[in-house]
Write a protein that binds this ligand. Structure first.
Ligand SMILES: Cc1cc2nc3c(=O)[nH]c(=O)nc-3n(C[C@H](O)[C@H](O)[C@H](O)COP(=O)(O)OP(=O)(O)OC[C@H]3O[C@@H](n4cnc5c(N)ncnc54)[C@H](O)[C@@H]3O)c2cc1C
Length: 294
């Protein structure tokens, strides 16, 4: 098997949807789950800080030099779909784009993936943070997830071992290093149902700044209500730091309107968080993930 491509001092700005942040010490780009496993087993990722990157649509990357390595999964895009009874059994590599998965679901009349309408990123990223919409996520479709630990141990997690909760890793705080593949059992549906559901999930996105450079919702919804509503009610819409602006459409989105650094974005997020704490006594928890020191 060919060795995985490694780039030294790799800029990360082009690899995340905010378009901000600096460079990492090295970036490894395996082209398959096997290549990812042999890269990890080579020991190249066993020391120092190492981050795993999917589509970069939910991360804030430190400015300047990120003194860490990054394994990018976006080249791991193999998948296999086999029909059996009323279901399709699929294995899908972690870097497979969810947009492409939704398009395949429409083509093959598969139901249960419509929640992905308007969500960017990869299957691995979506599983890692239990991405979803309207209370729906990959959870009911997942049969098994294959992961590799930092010391190269391959492990398969059965559905019963995974604990799904709102925007949280199904492993809690003990998430394995890298998701290599997911095994899904996807039911057949009808084209009409699928299209109707996609319209429904797309309608949930209407108030969002589609097309702007964002990373989706910055904060999770606390038990007190939608984070966007709390942020809006304490006047966060339109606040800015450098090139970072709180969206006027949806207060839980921060837009990079040109030249925003990750420090700008973080300073603005903290400003908003402080307002919500001062006005409502609610401590918002970040939904985005951080690469580096903030
Ligand atoms: C316009 C827009 C709309 C959005 N709408 C939604 C929405 O409706 N619902 C929602 O839940 N999210 C939404 N998001 C956020 C984001 O798209 C999702 O969280 C997405 O699932 C992240 O996937 P990713 O591949 O981009 O992950 P990344 O951003 O690359 O990574 C996110 C986290 O997952 C980890 N990770 C990624 N791949 C792997 C892997 N293979 N193994 C182990 N860890 C991994 C990373 O280390 C990081 O901690 C939106 C974002 C944008 C920009």
């Amino acid at each position: 098997m060919a060795a995985c491509e490694i780039r030294k001092n790799c800029p990360l700005r082009g690899l995340n949807t905010w378009g901000s942040g600096g460079s990492c010490l090295w970036l490894a780009a395996p082209r398959s789950s096997e290549e990812a496993v042999s890269f990890v087993r080579s020991g190249a990722a066993s020391e120092g800080d190492v981050y795993v990157l999917g589509g970069g649509s939910n991360v804030l990357v430190q400015d300047g030099l990120l003194a860490a390595g990054v394994v990018s999964c976006s080249g791991m895009t193999a998948a296999s779909f086999a029909g059996a009874g009323g279901f399709v059994s699929a294995w899908i590599e972690a870097g497979f784009p969810v947009k492409k998965l939704l398009a395949l679901a429409v083509e093959k009349n598969l139901g249960g993936l419509e929640f992905l309408a308007g969500i960017p990123g990869t299957v691995g990223g979506a599983l890692c943070g239990n991405a979803g919409a309207g209370g729906v996520s990959f959870a009911p479709l997942v049969e098994r997830i294959e992961t590799v630990s930092r010391n190269g141990e391959l492990r398969v997690w059965e559905a019963g071992e995974l604990k799904w909760s709102y925007r949280a890793s199904p492993w809690g705080s003990a998430a394995p290093f890298l998701i290599t593949r997911a095994f899904l059992r996807i039911p057949y549906s009808t084209k009409d149902n699928i299209i109707r559901n996609i319209r429904h999930y797309s309608s949930l996105k209407k108030g969002q700044p589609i097309g702007a450079k964002t990373a989706g919702c910055v904060f999770k919804n606390p038990p007190e209500g939608a984070a966007g509503m709390l942020l809006d009610r304490c006047g966060c819409k339109g606040l800015s730091v450098g090139g970072a602006f709180v969206s006027e459409r949806h207060a839980n989105f921060i837009e990079n309107r040109g030249g925003a650094s990750s420090s700008d974005i973080f300073a603005l997020a903290e400003k908003c968080r402080a307002r919500v704490r001062a006005v409502f006594g609610v401590k918002l928890e970040y939904e985005i993930k951080f690469f580096g020191a903030f």
